[in-house]
Design a binder for this molecule. Structure first.
Ligand SMILES: [Zn+2]
Length: 453
């Protein structure tokens, strides 16, 4: 992992005037006492209600803590399934600071390690080593660092391989299926009837970790954490018959592939449509998208050229029957903008900060800019100007939330520094998925530039 990133020039933290105590995220984790391991297991069991699930263990004979557990991340239920998989052993979970909201004492008591998202936190390594070497616990991490937006693997941090190598510990992966289909990030409050299936696989022994290179370790981890929920749905023939199955989909499919209008999509029931050209898709029970209304868009010259370049895969290219393909096409569109030098975002946002998980602080309105310099959040609090800056190379991903549960149920993003987190609610609709792509692609762009030089 990198050294603690120096603050970018011009960065000014808000002046809370001694009214605020910053939460110490570098506290070493406590060992999870068995009573809590048992309680978490019990509460998880009880709260599963009638949901069908199965946890299958592969190559796990004789594997005992300490080890590193890496899990994919689609919804809160992942924690419960991991609790079933790891029981009866103690676990230290790396958890995000808003997970501590109003209950830091409890999170500490059950052995959590606090992290602000997408910051380079050297203390995290210390806490992880403490958990593995001192407590001899299972260290559980969700390296994607947020729920999967389109049911596929998010970008994994390159630093993961180094962290594993440094720990010299075995690595186990829990891969969940069905959790996204049941409660997609973009409409997570109304579960669909989908069975859950988890595999727990021992992928690297301590010896493997010693002998393999960081790159090899990263490759093995990446393969083990690769998933595509829509492919899973088709393979398993999971029919989602709920008549609201497409509701919320416009949050991630924000760009119309026909007329290329952005942030003007809508969804309701089983339909997704473009408000600009009227093109309309229906989501089948097996998760495919089918065009039901052509709409008025005439293909632009640019779209025509792309279609020709696709050698006959035109209709596929144009309509994307699969959600992950549409999603990745949007990413490629953002990348094009970045390479063309035209990417720029700015908006007025409502800001709520979380220096301590005891409470969110209403910071009022501010201006958010995202471009080649990264993020800049500028506002006035307590009569004094503050300016939060995160460079593009300093953030490999962005914490986005659809209908964020804590402050108010609308889309927001979180920009964190080492000691504070700023939850920003944009005024513009349906822009956070694009911001998330742009963060990842700007990071990649900056990395490539560095490599070239
Ligand atoms: Zn359109």
């Amino acid at each position: 992992m990198k050294m603690k990133a120096k603050n970018v020039e011009g960065h000014i933290e808000p002046n809370y005037k001694k009214n605020v105590k910053y939460y110490n995220t570098s506290k070493l984790p406590m060992k999870q006492r068995f009573i809590f391991t048992w309680l978490i297991w019990l509460l998880s069991k009880v709260s599963m209600g009638g949901v069908k699930y199965k946890v299958e263990k592969i190559n796990m004979e004789g594997v005992k803590p300490p080890y590193i557990l890496l899990s994919n991340h689609m919804y809160f239920v992942d924690f419960k399934l991991n609790a079933f998989a790891t029981y009866p052993y103690p676990v230290n979970n790396v958890a995000t600071v808003d997970g501590y909201y109003r209950r830091p004492w409890l999170m500490e008591l059950i052995g959590c390690i606090c992290k602000r998202k997408f910051t380079n936190d050297l203390m995290l390594i210390k806490s992880i080593q403490h958990s593995l070497k001192k407590h001899k616990s299972i260290l559980c991490m969700y390296p994607e660092a947020r729920y999967s937006p389109a049911g596929t693997t998010a970008i994994l941090p390159e630093a993961l391989g180094k962290l594993i190598k440094l720990s010299k510990m075995p690595v186990v992966v829990t891969l969940h299926h069905g959790n996204y289909l049941r409660t997609p990030f973009w409409d997570k409050d109304s579960p669909r009837k989908v069975p859950l299936y988890t595999t727990m696989t021992h992928i690297l022994s301590a010896e493997d970790v010693q002998t393999k290179s960081v790159d090899e370790i990263n490759e093995i981890v990446k393969n083990a954490l690769t998933y595509d929920e829509y492919a899973w749905q088709e393979e398993q023939e999971i029919r989602i018959t709920e008549d609201f199955r497409a509701r919320g989909l416009h949050k991630i499919l924000y760009k119309c592939p026909a007329c290329k209008a952005e942030s003007n999509m809508a969804s309701e029931g089983i339909k997704l449509w473009c408000k600009s050209c009227g093109r309309t898709w229906e989501m089948t029970e097996l998760g495919r998208l089918e065009v039901v209304e052509e709409g008025t868009a005439t293909k632009s010259a640019e779209v025509e050229a792309e279609v020709l370049a696709q050698d006959g895969e035109a209709s596929q290219r144009y309509d994307f029957s699969r959600v992950p393909e549409w999603f990745e096409w949007e990413r490629s569109e953002v990348r094009k903008e970045i390479l063309a030098g035209t990417y720029h975002f700015e908006d007025e946002v409502d800001v709520f900060s979380l220096p301590h998980p005891a409470k969110f602080i209403d910071m009022g309105k501010a201006k958010l800019v995202h471009d080649y310099d990264g993020f800049k959040l500028e506002g006035i609090y307590n009569g004094e100007r503050y300016c939060i800056k995160r460079s593009a190379i300093g953030m490999n991903g962005l914490h986005v939330e659809y209908d964020y549960v804590y402050v108010r149920p609308e889309d927001c993003i979180d920009i964190s520094t080492d000691k504070d987190s700023f939850y920003c609610y944009p005024k513009k609709n349906d822009v956070i998925t694009k911001l998330s792509f742009a963060t990842e692609e700007l990071y990649r762009y900056e990395k490539e530039k560095l490599r070239e030089s």
